[in-house]
Design a protein around this ligand. Sequence first.
Ligand code: ATP
Length: 234
Amino acid sequence: MLEIRDLQCAYGAVSALKGITMHVGEGQLVALVGANGAGKSTTLRAVSGLAPKVGGSILFCGEDITGLDPAKVLDRGISHCPEGRRVFPYMTVADNLIMGAYLRRDQAGVRQDLDKVYSDFPRLKERRTQAAGTLSGGEQQMLAIGRALMSRPKLILFDEPSLGLAPTIVEQILSMIRSICDAGTTVLLVEQNAFAALELCDHAFLLETGRMVKEGSGRELIADPHIRAAYLGG
Ligand code: ATP
């Protein structure tokens, strides 16, 4: 579904991605792991048209989306759930969710999807008239996930969804992401919690300082001595 080929990105003189190649198959949950600064967020931002690209290509459902505007990428069916959640703090929960559907014209479908989000996340329904900024961190993450679903995407890019959340909430959020994938939406997950991501995923890639150094099933990567020593605390 998503094919990234020899992608190079740079922020001025800083080369963040030095030619990475990876793929995400339809229906898969693929994890992208690596240390801080390895280039994980840049990879997701490049797919969404938000990172400065200097070379390579990105194909989605067989079509070249390299260099498309973020709104066009969203319109093709890729939704981005950003690091730090980035909800609109002064808008209500309901309005935040509706913002996720801003490109859609099928009002009946949008209402249907809003009901679905409320049934999957009853907490959001209870708090639908509250300003998003008053929610807890975990609730804001649920809102960011709900908002990403509101565009009815084929693929969702999740950037560090567990960052800053208590362990019980992390478990809940990651299992929601697995359920979203099991219900038919393809997922590319960037996660600092490498063990949790590798346990959850169908396939994984390891980035180190802008280069893809390993790929395999989550189980294969968990068993890899280098990964165990460097990322899983031995
Ligand atoms: P983290 O987990 O810390 O977010 P990451 O693996 O997602 O790390 P990126 O955020 O993609 O890594 O950063 C990759 C490299 O690009 C790093 O060296 C980082 O300092 C640099 N970088 C990222 N964003 C910018 C920017 N806006 N301007 C300049 N350099 C940047």
